[in-house]
Design a binder for this molecule. Structure first.
Ligand code: GEK
Length: 241
């Protein structure tokens, strides 16, 4: 059973955020109450994966956490001989993900791997999903990761990317942050929780603006990039090779 996220409910000396066993325990509640439209994003990523999956190919879920996107993709794949590779570098996440997936039957095999995206080989891919994961990769390494994904994708393959984004200037950024904090308040997080969480993630999650994301994907060679979702500073896009 997973519980309610109260990790930052009491005043504490805030350390850098990690995806440890305490976070795993409350992760579904945390992400649901923190990311506007999370359920819609996950189900739409599954639909897009169903649309772009090619027979005899791999689909990747990078930074899979508990496997929400993996499950959503798997429900929608109707092509032959597809395989999902789900990767996360948090051992407690991977263990819980493996347990969770056992509860669902499907003909599409899933390989859940403990590993760092920076070191992962990507090949024969029709779909690569990164649902709020690139933001945790140091900014200096993001080009290389996306370049590797591009090289590993088959022609017509897609990257499904969701990110928390930075506003294009300080005024726009503050506007989006305020709206997001209101959303969190509405979902029961206190001022203390909001502010301590902000401190915890400020060193480990650096956001890029939407224009930075789009320019980088274009530079790498993606033929088309389309935003299909944005609410406040949360954005999902599809990039087609
Ligand atoms: C979902 N996609 O529920 N290599 C592998 N995994 C990593 C790395 C890395 N270098 N860095 C971070 N992670 C999920 C939600 S959460 C987003 C993704 C969030 C993993 C990390 O351990 C965590 O499980 C995930 O990326 C990010 O749709 O919590 O905001």
């Amino acid at each position: 059973m997973t519980g309610k996220d109260s990790i930052y409910a009491t005043e504490q000396e805030v350390r850098d955020f990690t995806f440890d066993a305490n976070v795993v325990e409350v992760f579904p509640d945390m992400i649901q109450r923190s990311v506007p439209g999370y359920a819609t994003i996950v189900s739409t990523m599954g639909k897009l994966a169903g649309q772009y999956a090619q027979s005899n190919s791999n689909l990747y879920d990078l930074g899979c956490s508990l496997g929400a996107v993996t499950l959503s993709m798997r429900r929608n794949i109707d092509k032959e001989n597809c395989r999902i590779i789900a990767v996360d570098n948090s051992q407690p996440m991977v263990e819980r993900c493996q347990m969770h997936l056992k509860g669902f039957k499907s003909d599409v095999p899933v390989d859940v791997q403990l590993g760092d995206i920076n070191e992962l080989e990507i090949s024969n891919a029709s779909v690569v999903a990164m649902n709020f994961t690139l933001q945790f990769i140091p900014q200096a390494q993001r080009d290389a990761v996306l370049e590797k994904i591009y090289q590993g994708l088959k022609p017509g393959g897609v990257l499904l990317l969701s990110e928390k984004i930075k506003g294009e200037n300080d005024i726009k950024d503050n506007l989006l942050i305020d709206l997001h904090h209101d959303f969190k308040r509405h979902n029961g997080y206190s001022e203390l929780e909001i502010s301590q969480k902000r401190t915890a993630i400020e060193n480990v999650m650096r956001t890029d603006s939407l224009s930075t994301h789009k320019n980088r994907l274009e530079q790498i060679g993606f033929a088309h990039t389309q935003v299909w979702y944005q609410c406040f500073n949360f954005c999902s896009l599809v990039a087609i090779k």
